[in-house]
Design a protein around this ligand. Structure first.
Ligand SMILES: [Zn+2]
Length: 201
């Protein structure tokens, strides 16, 4: 993304969830309810890509390191800060999925950014971050592709891209534990595996 594009992204956009009305109308009853995606304003704040990148990387001198842990917690809410946190968390979590660090369904992230006016851009950034940090953006696609469509992953991807590989690393934040599903956790525990960190971070 060039400087002009980055600047343009900072402009607010019409809320796609309510099409700028600030409320939603239920299809069958005709009742209305306030739109949570824009906090009833009809618009959503612009996307500050630099601030987002700064949030998901730590910086020591000139060295940037992708955060090992990043909580979804600050993203639940309707303030500007919560929206910015939700977007940063979405990119962090999706990058971990694409990069093969955690190919479980990113349920928190999807819920948090459902109806976000910048979802397409967030997906693009997540793919780019995965490529830069983990060297691939295809791990989750191949893991799920094998399951759903019988697609075979080529050699050379992270272990999580393959059917018998680990689903995630040991750094999965505790607030994402539900993404693994109780039955999955129980199966792992029965096998004596402790592949995940269930302690809240
Ligand atoms: Zn709205």
């Amino acid at each position: 993304m060039d400087a002009t594009t980055l600047e343009a992204l900072k402009a607010p956009r019409t809320c796609p969830a309510c099409e700028g009305k600030g409320f939603k109308t239920w299809k069958y009853s005709g009742d209305t309810s306030p739109c949570r995606s824009c906090n009833r304003t009809g618009t959503q704040p612009g996307l500050d890509v630099q601030a987002l990148v700064d949030a998901i990387f730590t910086k020591r001198g000139k060295v940037k390191t992708f955060r090992k842990s990043f909580s979804s917690m600050g993203g639940w809410g309707t303030t500007l800060e919560a929206r910015a946190h939700a977007r940063a968390y979405y990119v962090w979590r999706l990058a971990r999925a694409h990069g093969g660090k955690d190919v479980s369904i990113p349920a928190n992230a999807s819920t948090l950014c459902h109806g976000d006016a910048f979802k397409a851009e967030l997906d693009q950034i997540a793919e780019a971050v995965a490529k830069i940090v983990f060297g691939t953006d295809m791990a989750a696609a191949y893991r799920w592709g094998a399951l759903l469509r019988g697609v075979e992953a080529p050699a050379g991807l992270p272990p999580a891209a393959y059917p018998n590989g680990p689903v995630c690393d040991g750094e999965k934040p505790g607030d994402e534990a539900l993404e693994l599903g109780a039955s999955f956790r129980e199966a792992c525990e029965a096998e004596g595996q402790t592949a995940f960190n269930f302690e809240p971070c």
